[in-house]
Design a protein around this ligand. Structure first.
Ligand code: NAP
Length: 484
């Protein structure tokens, strides 16, 4: 039942930062899995590039270790790793110097699809773009892939966009938000626009509110220094949660075409109302068993950065006026789960009387773990006890519904890299989308800074600060429990 693997055209992919954490954990194992599936033609080539002095053989050994360590080997035949490694090369290159560039240029075959993955800090994006042109490696057909964070505010995002636009057209730039590569996220579009069932009800007349939760159990771990300059609003809300919000709220695009989809997402971001101080709660996790608190983790006893944020968002358009969206994300919460809950309104009149209680339809879309969907439907409680109503879930786990192959769905990075090679930008953020998202986020963060606001403490392993519960309770609603 899982869709057929269609091979992409042969390509040369250069991974700048090929020895880094992201390349080792995600990009290289992901490419290996696509190779195993037969999607990557054997004449393709993957070239790691970084400042480190490594021979091609040393880099191949690094790739082999990464594949073994990060689960690239599922469903792969013996010997395929050795075959894959013959497609790997390495060049020592400094993004800020001229070392290695001519050698790299000599290895990239222009007759194939060329893609350049910038898996390095954003401070190097402009340097890489400039040198790709200066060393005559890029042409109108080349693609560049850039990683998050794409700026830390509107000004830096604009500067990054401008530095790339000097050398590449927008149609060549692939800004990764790996959330968009998740199977369930794409399924949001299939469910909404492929079925007659939901779309007629998908508006403020029938939907009471929508909740989006992305909860993690881990703390900031070894990323404390980076995270403390960013916080949950920049690290999660401005990009991942915003993308989910767009897909759930956008109007139907005329066709499933990159710019048609991204135009509709942009309209959602532009229709977002400013968030007022009482509509947002920030939190910072406390110590847990054998775990330090946030401030110890980031080594700043007076840090005011949030590891949790919950907010109420309003979209000012005909479809959504009056239906709030509640967004929440945080670290060191009770369970690792990402889900969207669409809570429908009560039936206009209950023929069963007040004693039947209040029953609502809820559609829950689980992004992780166990990707799938559940629709709560109200039915009669079985048995002779009269007309008592009960809500039962119609549950569809993709792994159960689609068979064992569904458990082997490509990781988000695999899918997105294959989309780059195919030249399909639908699941990548456009420059104006990113800027619009920052334009909405900036005043919220500036407001906290101006007011000197300190995040509320919350217990490690809890559902976040009690103020977040109070925020939604003021509207007569409750958060869905954070659970697996
Ligand atoms: P990392 O582990 O620090 O790796 C950085 C890579 O860039 C290394 O290969 C490094 O090798 C290379 N590099 C650094 N300066 C260079 C230069 N001047 N010229 C050429 N290569 C250079 O970083 P990472 O975690 O892989 O992250 C890479 C990017 O992905 C960052 O933008 C990050 O924000 C983003 N990202 C990472 C993750 C993740 O899970 N790690 C998730 C989302 C986004 P040399 O030192 O040998 O040059």
């Amino acid at each position: 039942m899982v869709s057929r693997v269609i091979p992409v055209d042969p390509f040369d992919l250069v991974i700048f930062g090929g020895t880094g954490d992201l390349a080792r954990r995600k990009i290289l194992p992901g490419l290996f899995r696509r190779y195993c599936s037969g999607q990557i033609p054997p004449q393709s080539q993957i070239i790691g590039a970084a400042r480190g002095e490594h021979s091609a053989d040393e880099f191949r050994e690094m790739v082999a270790q990464a594949v073994r360590e990060f689960g690239g080997g599922r469903a792969c035949e013996d010997g395929t790793l050795d075959e894959f490694l013959t497609r790997i090369d390495y060049v020592t290159v400094d993004a800020r110097g001229d070392t290695g560039w001519s050698e790299l240029a000599g290895k990239v075959r222009k007759e194939l699809v060329n893609a350049f993955y910038f898996s390095v800090g954003p401070g190097l994006f402009g340097d890489l773009a400039e040198r790709l042109h200066r060393f005559d490696m890029a042409d109108d057909e080349s693609r560049i892939v850039v990683e998050k964070p794409f700026g830390r505010d509107l000004a830096t995002a604009k500067a990054l966009n401008a530095s790339l636009a000097k050398h590449f057209d927008e149609t060549q730039i692939y800004r990764i938000d790996h959330y968009l590569g998740k199977e369930t996220v794409q399924n949001l579009m299939a469910v909404r626009f492929g079925n007659m069932l939901f779309e007629p009800l998908w508006n403020s007349q029938y939907i009471d509110h929508i909740q989006i939760t992305v909860a993690e159990t881990v703390g900031v771990g070894g990323r404390g220094g980076y995270y403390d300059k960013s916080g949950a609003m920049r690290d999660m809300v401005q990009n991942h949660l915003m993308q989910l919000l767009c897909l759930i709220a956008m109007e139907p695009p005329a066709k499933f075409d990159p710019d048609a989809v991204r135009d509709e997402k942009l309209k959602v971001i532009r229709a977002l109302e400013p968030v007022l101080p009482h509509q947002i709660v920030r939190g910072q996790y406390g110590a847990g068993p054998d775990q330090p608190d946030y401030r110890t983790h980031v080594e700043d006893p007076s840090s005011k950065t949030e590891s949790f944020v919950a907010l109420k968002v309003a979209i000012s358009n005909w479809r959504w006026a009056g239906t709030p969206f509640y967004l929440r994300t945080g670290k060191r919460l009770k369970a690792r789960t990402s889900e969207i809950t669409v809570v429908f309104k009560d039936a206009p009149h209950s023929i069963f009387g007040a004693e039947a209680g209040r029953h609502r339809n809820e559609l829950r879309i689980r992004l992780q773990p166990n990707e799938g969907m559940t629709l709560d439907v109200t039915i009669k409680e079985p048995g002779p006890g009269g007309m008592r109503l009960v809500d039962v879930p119609l549950d569809m786990s993709f792994a159960e519904a689609l068979g064992p192959e569904a458990a082997d769905i490509p990781d988000a990075y695999e899918r997105l890299i294959m989309d780059v090679i195919r030249g399909n930008q639908t699941l990548f953020m456009r420059g104006d989308e990113v800027e619009a998202a920052w334009a909405w986020t900036d005043p919220i963060i500036e407001g906290w800074q101006a007011r000197g606001e300190v995040p509320k403490p919350y217990d490690s392993g809890s559902e976040g600060p009690t103020d977040a519960v109070a925020m939604i309770a003021r509207d007569g609603r409750v958060w869905r429990e954070i659970k697996l």
